[in-house]
Ligand binder design. Structure first.
Ligand code: DC
Length: 224
């Protein structure tokens, strides 16, 4: 099977829609590889934060762009390594998410991270999670899912996630941050967040996760 025949299932949607968890579970059920593209943007965010560079300054941006193309990221089982250091937890902070969202508006950064994402397309197949998986990275995906949930539900999930790590979370601040990121991600010129024409839209606000996974698994089996 050539790589272009290697099936890709793309799952897109707003932040905290649960798409990461769902995509990983669908991949597990199909025996496919899994790409968390947001994690790649987040690793770059941590790398940039470590340098103290500011993506809003064009002088700094000139140094950040080559970092994207040469990002020393490795995925080892459940762990994500940046230059050999485990950043699995560091990339999940709100700060890393906000920085990732700021970096993601820069076309040269998106282009730099492209090859790294396409490397994940390997037999027997791939479930890819992220904004532009369909429009840019894997336009020939066999199944395109837009997984969404209300802002209220997404903010509640994010609070639970943070509290689950033993940290405290302020619902209102998280809700506001989510709305700001939605707005930036939806309105940006490059790869904006919106369902593509042939995507199947799944609103999981009131659905238990196993039902979401089962629905996508059934859709996948109809297409592969
Ligand atoms: O899905 P996430 O919260 O882990 O993503 C973090 C940020 O990275 C998000 O605000 C937008 C950006 N991103 C992107 O622009 N394109 C992707 N394919 C994945 C993430």
């Amino acid at each position: 099977m050539s790589m272009s025949n290697c099936p890709v299932i793309a799952i897109d949607g707003p932040t905290a829609s649960g798409k990461g968890t769902v995509a990983a579970l669908v991949a597990g059920r199909l025996g496919y590889h899994y790409l968390d593209s947001g994690a790649i943007y987040r690793v770059l965010a941590v790398a940039v934060a470590q340098t103290g560079l500011n993506p809003d300054l064009s002088e700094d941006l000139k140094q950040i762009i080559p970092m994207a193309a040469n990002l020393p990221v490795q995925f080892q089982g459940q762990s994500i390594l940046l230059q050999g250091n485990d950043v699995s937890e560091a990339i999940r902070t709100e700060e890393a998410g906000v920085m990732a969202s700021r970096l993601a508006v820069v076309p040269e950064i998106r282009a730099g991270l492209l090859a790294r994402q396409r490397d994940f397309r390997q037999n027997p197949g791939l479930v890819a999670d992220g904004r532009d998986m369909v429009s840019v990275v894997f336009p020939d995906s066999v199944l395109k899912v837009f997984l969404t949930a209300s802002a209220q539900v997404r903010a509640e999930r994010r609070v639970k996630q943070i509290e689950g790590r033993g940290q405290s979370a302020d619902f209102q601040a998280i809700y506001n941050d989510l709305m700001t990121r939605d707005k930036r991600d939806t309105e940006r010129a490059v790869a904006p967040l919106k369902p593509c024409e042939d995507a199947l839209v799944l609103d999981c606000s009131n659905m238990p996760i196993d039902q979401v996974v089962a629905t996508i698994f059934t859709w996948a089996q109809e297409r592969i």
